[in-house]
Design a protein around this ligand. Structure first.
Ligand code: V47
Ligand code: SF4
Length: 386
């Protein structure tokens, strides 16, 4: 970036960031197309430290993907299976119980549940997954079913989203994960996942969840066929809904992993792109408290650096991850708390274990209890400001 016009534009944007003013769609495009990575990182770090000081959050969690059988054929997905394929699997109640007991023994505070949309399972089967976990380990927070799954349940039951969500809440649902958002723009959705819930359905489902008192996360899948304008449009749509409901907790940019997918001719996003998307997300989503560097997807090294490029959360111990590992992720399937602490401390941040709702976890081995909200705590000043 060398022209005087570009320099003056960057000055205006820097002034806005320093004054906590909102960036426009055009500012986002300018940042994406004209600003170098270190400048993006410096700006994003201002917002990151303003919101979360020097803290970096993680949780003790476990994943459950109860089936990989899916009626949809998203071209970026290596996880799904056809109904009759040999690799298709579906958990029984006993297997679900076993996973919940494993979570209990590990002292997990959260179970993250997502899967395929099985051709032959009715809505009660999905409600039952939540109920079995809840009955086996009532203390665990169940973060389950993406907007795409809720949309499918609406289709199965012919009932409104509000009704579907209420049944799941009654069975023990605690919040919703952010998956299924991909890229909202119809031009992109038509190329990568044309049949599943569209962007407006996804947003409507999260709006309804927030109105019912559920918190949820949001994601964006990048590094495939989308362009800067689609990514910035996606972020602006999330920001608009957050203005209305304040129900989103965390935003998670998800880097596309091409291996074993129909898009395997596309190169995996570079470390430069991962950090750029992280930083721009932090800058555009001024009303989101947290930005997550999902280490499973980024790799531990990039996730660690991302803690200075806008991110304040690494997700968790994550045992039994399949979606990224089926798509070629080389990261381990889980990290210990000691390893997470080491990653965070080496990055110059202070590790804090949180629960799904961003309250401090007070822990004695596998025994734990919930403390106050992390944002209610005096956020310590960072020493790493650049
Ligand atoms: O919606 C699927 C993505 C998502 C691939 O809420 C892929 O805390 C890259 O949403 N390459 C599911 N991405 C995972 C998800 C998530 C992950 C971590 C934390 C949270 C949270 C949510 O994974 C899907 C899709 O966007 N995905 N296949 C792939 N080959
Ligand atoms: Fe099915 Fe989800 Fe994979 Fe799409 S991303 S094919 S909905 S499992």
């Amino acid at each position: 970036m060398t022209s005087p016009a570009d320099n003056s534009r960057l000055r205006q944007i820097t002034d806005k960031v320093e004054a906590s003013e909102r960036l426009t769609f055009d500012d986002g495009i300018f940042l994406d197309e004209h600003v170098d990575l270190l400048t993006l990182g410096r700006l994003a770090n201002i917002v990151r430290e303003r919101k979360n000081g020097n803290l970096a959050f993680y949780n003790t969690n476990i994943h459950l993907n109860p089936t990989n059988v899916c009626v949809y054929r998203c071209v970026f997905c290596a996880f799904r299976s056809d109904l009759k394929a040999e690799r298709g699997y579906t958990f029984t109640d006993d297997m679900i119980r076993e996973r919940a007991l494993e979570a209990k023994a590990a002292g997990a505070t959260e179970i993250h549940v997502v899967g395929g949309l099985h051709h032959q399972k009715d809505f009660d089967w999905y409600v039952n997954v939540v109920r079995v976990i809840h009955e086996t380990y009532p203390e665990i927070h169940i973060k389950a079913w993406t907007g795409v799954e809720i949309n499918w349940f609406g289709h199965l039951t012919k009932q409104p989203y509000r009704w579907v969500l209420q049944q799941l809440i009654d069975a023990g649902l605690g919040s919703m994960p952010g998956g299924g958002a991909e890229i909202f723009h119809p031009e992109v959705r038509a190329q990568i996942c044309e049949h599943k819930a569209d962007g407006s359905n996804w947003l409507e489902i999260h709006r309804t969840a927030h109105q019912l008192g559920l918190r949820s996360n949001a994601t964006m899948l990048y590094g495939h066929v989308e362009k800067a304008e689609h990514r910035i449009d996606h972020l602006c749509k999330l920001r608009e809904l957050q203005d209305e409901t304040h129900g989103f907790q965390t935003f998670i940019p998800l880097a596309f992993h091409p291996e074993n997918t129909k898009l395997d001719y596309i190169q995996k996003p570079s470390g430069m792109m991962d950090l750029k998307v992280m930083a721009i997300s932090r800058l555009m989503l001024d009303n989101f408290d947290h930005i997550k560097a999902y280490w499973i997807m980024l790799g531990e090294k990039t996730a660690q650096v991302a803690l200075s490029f806008g991110a304040d959360d690494l997700d968790g111990t994550v045992v039994h991850e399949l979606i990224y590992h089926d798509a070629g992720a080389k990261t381990p399937e889980g990290l210990t708390v000691t390893q997470l602490h080491h990653l965070i401390r080496e990055a110059g941040r202070e590790p804090v274990e949180r629960d799904t709702l961003y309250r401090r976890v007070i822990r004695d081995g596998a025994k734990w209890q919930i403390g106050e909200s992390v944002l209610a705590v005096n956020v310590p000043a960072a020493t790493t400001s650049r």
